[in-house]
Design a protein around this ligand. Structure first.
Ligand code: 3BY
Ligand code: FES
Ligand code: FE
Length: 420
């Protein structure tokens, strides 16, 4: 019997190999500390991870430090307006250089012995190291960083997966109209979910739970056409699914006529960079994910001036995004421990939109603040149940949880591809 608490590498490989297709993962893959470390090394350490938005650091000297599991990185905008990322580790004796969150600096100064770095990572000053000390050998260690339509992805590996280009090629044109690079963060929320990061991601990849758990979100979130095949459902379910497919068909005709890319594009098993994007319908009056389904912000994002643009939805390994004509909501999830996950949510609006004049912050943030709290509760419930010996991996619905089965299969294949 495998110990849920501390499996060794070979036990993790056995656990991973024991996952039954179509079913949730064996308990220890969600609960064990050793698996959590393996996830941090493998999934978060060798893949492109969503880390924020370019407008987190809008001006030269803006710095943001974030933790990805046990690793801390610094994202900044240098004096030439170039975005860069480094390990948040001083080249002297390893101290954390920058405190978590955002700051504004001229140079990066280590609090320990004042080694001082230019914003391109070069060591500019190292007092008392002698006149023959070669500062050029002590650059900050860079981290690969990509800006895709204003969304930032980092990869901690020295050999980042090349298929980030697929994500860029699909997503860049879809986000062009919204000009997120020149938006601003109107509000940011950090929420800790009491569950494993994979439960956070699974919960987000289905809306099976929406009708009964998200009354507020359900007013604007139109169940998506995730490639449903209604055959095999009850007559009532079939009728509901067909109505959904009809609604999508009429929107898609309009989006096609208006040259708005909408097709679902999925990269799951077989690709290191897991993503899915699709333009979704917004329910109700169809404008935005707000309590009354109308736009919350009077100034649209970028050139997003057409009606019925829907919601450009993008899922990633640790992220999900809803980009609408008046605002975007960008979610990133970071593993804090086997049973704790940080969900960071940012609401983006046009840079010139003024709070109180062009938007009301409560109206802008109401739906996803409520939904996040509901999801945090559900992830906590799932994690607690999985910790019990009564848990056995359960079957995913082929109709509403196909994306979870694919996510679990992707996870298994990535762990195996990396030595487990
Ligand atoms: O926010 C999301 O991406 C997902 C889609 C389905 C459930 N949840 C709302
Ligand atoms: Fe940074 Fe010494 S550890 S200056
Ligand atoms: Fe939810």
């Amino acid at each position: 019997m495998l110990d849920h608490g501390t499996p060794r590498t070979e036990d993790i490989a056995t656990l991973i190999a024991s996952r039954r297709p179509g079913h949730s993962l064996p308990a220890a893959l969600y609960t064990s500390a050793a698996v959590w470390h393996a996830d941090c090394d493998t999934i978060f350490g060798r893949h492109w991870i969503a880390v924020g938005v370019t407008c987190d650091v809008p001006e030269a000297g803006d710095v943001m430090a974030i933790d990805i599991g046990p690793v801390s990185i610094v994202i900044l905008r240098d004096d030439d307006d170039k975005l860069r990322a480094f390990h948040n580790v001083c080249a002297h004796r390893g101290a954390r250089l920058v405190p978590p969150g955002r700051s504004v600096v001229g140079k990066l100064v280590c609090p320990y012995h004042q080694w001082t770095y230019d914003l391109d990572g070069a060591l500019a000053r190292a007092p008392h190291m002698g006149i023959d000390f070669d500062r050029s050998l002590h650059h900050l260690k860079p981290v690969a960083l990509r800006d895709i339509g204003g969304l930032l992805y980092a990869c901690l590996s020295d050999d980042p997966p090349a298929d980030i280009e697929e994500l860029a090629a699909v997503v860049e044109p879809r986000l062009a109209a919204y000009d997120l690079r020149n938006a601003k963060v109107a509000f940011e929320q950090d929420l800790i979910e009491e569950g494993n990061w994979k439960l956070t991601m699974e919960n987000n990849r289905e809306c099976y739970h929406c009708a009964s758990n998200h009354p507020q979100l359900s007013l604007s979130f139109h169940a998506a056409d995730f490639g449903y095949d209604p055959e095999g459902l009850t007559e009532t379910e079939k009728a509901e699914t067909n109505a959904l497919l009809d609604a999508y068909a009429s929107y898609e005709q309009y989006w096609r006529d208006e040259d708005m890319p909408f097709e679902a594009v999925e990269h799951t098993v077989g690709w290191p960079t897991n993503f899915r994007t699709q333009r979704l319908i917004i329910a109700g009056l169809g404008e935005s994910q707000t309590p009354d389904t109308r736009a919350a912000v009077q100034i649209p994002l970028g050139q997003a001036r057409k009606p019925w643009m829907g919601d450009v939805h993008l899922w990633g390994i640790n992220s999900w995004n809803h980009v609408m004509s008046d605002h975007a909501v960008v979610f990133t999830a970071f593993p804090l421990g086997p049973d704790r996950t940080l969900v960071r949510t940012k609401w983006l609006v046009h840079a010139e939109a003024e709070e109180g004049e062009d938007y009301d912050l409560e109206t802008l943030t109401a739906v996803w603040k409520t939904t996040n709290a509901e999801d945090a509760h559900l992830v906590g419930l799932a994690h607690r149940g999985i910790c019990s010996p009564g848990y056995r991996p359960g079957p995913y619905s082929r109709y509403t949880e196909r994306a979870l089965d694919e996510f679990a299969s992707w996870y298994v294949s990535r762990m195996q591809a990396n030595g487990y």
